[in-house]
Design a protein. Structure first.
Length: 182
C-alpha cells in the first residue's frame, strides 16, 4: 500500500491480483449473485483503495481495512438497489457468448438435482433475509475464516457483539433450513 500510495501502479496491480478473489467472493455472497453487479461493486472497492492509498496508515491488518471498505461499498450498493431487483438468468461473457447463470447440475440424478437446487436456493434465500450485519459477520466467519476480533474491526463492533451477531444469524439460518437438517 505504501508503494501504491507513492504512485507505483504495478504495486496496485499486484494488490488487486492478490485480493480480488477475496473481495469478489465476499461481495457475491453478500449480494447473492456473481454477475455484473458484483463486478461493479468489486471495482468500486478497488477504486476506493486506490484513492485512499496516499493516506493509508497500517493501523490494522490490511485485509481488515480492505474488507471494511468492501462492507461499506456493499451496504451502499444495497441501499441504492431498486426494490424487487432480480438477476437475469443469462449473461454475456467477455467474448460475446451468452451463458446461463444457473449451475450445470447434469451430473446429479433427477431427484438429487431437484433437492440440490432447492437446498441451494433455500440457503441463499435464508442468507439474503439476514440483517446486513448478521449476513456479513456470517460470511466473514464461515467463508473467509476470519476470527472474531477481525470481524469486529470490519463491522466496528466489539467481540461479544460479533458472537451475538453470529449466534442470531446461525439460529435464524437453522430455523429457515430446518427441513433440510432433519
Amino acid at each position: 500500500m505504501s508503494r501504491t500510495g507513492g504512485g507505483d501502479d504495478e504495486a496496485f496491480r499486484l494488490l488487486v491480483h492478490r485480493y480480488q478473489g477475496l473481495i469478489y467472493g465476499t461481495i457475491a455472497r453478500m449480494l447473492g449473485n456473481q454477475g455484473a453487479e458484483t463486478e461493479d461493486v468489486a471495482q468500486q472497492v478497488f477504486m476506493r483503495v486506490y484513492k485512499a492509498a496516499p493516506r493509508y496508515t497500517p493501523t490494522a491488518k490490511f485485509t481488515t481495512w480492505l474488507l471494511t471498505i468492501c462492507r461499506n461499498c456493499v451496504f451502499s450498493h444495497l441501499k441504492s438497489r431498486p426494490k424487487g431487483h432480480h438477476e437475469p438468468l443469462e449473461h454475456e461473457t467477455e467474448d460475446g457468448v451468452t451463458e446461463s447463470t444457473l449451475q450445470d447440475e447434469a451430473t446429479l440424478s433427477a431427484g438429487a438435482q431437484v433437492l440440490h437446487t432447492e437446498m441451494e436456493q433455500a440457503l441463499q434465500n435464508a442468507l439474503n433475509e439476514l440483517p446486513e450485519n448478521q449476513r456479513i459477520a456470517l460470511i466473514l466467519r464461515q467463508f473467509e475464516q476470519m476470527d472474531y476480533e477481525q470481524i469486529g474491526k470490519v463491522l466496528r463492533v466489539s467481540v461479544p457483539s460479533v458472537k451475538s451477531l453470529l449466534f442470531r444469524a446461525r439460529d435464524t439460518m437453522r430455523k429457515a433450513l430446518q427441513k433440510y437438517l432433519e
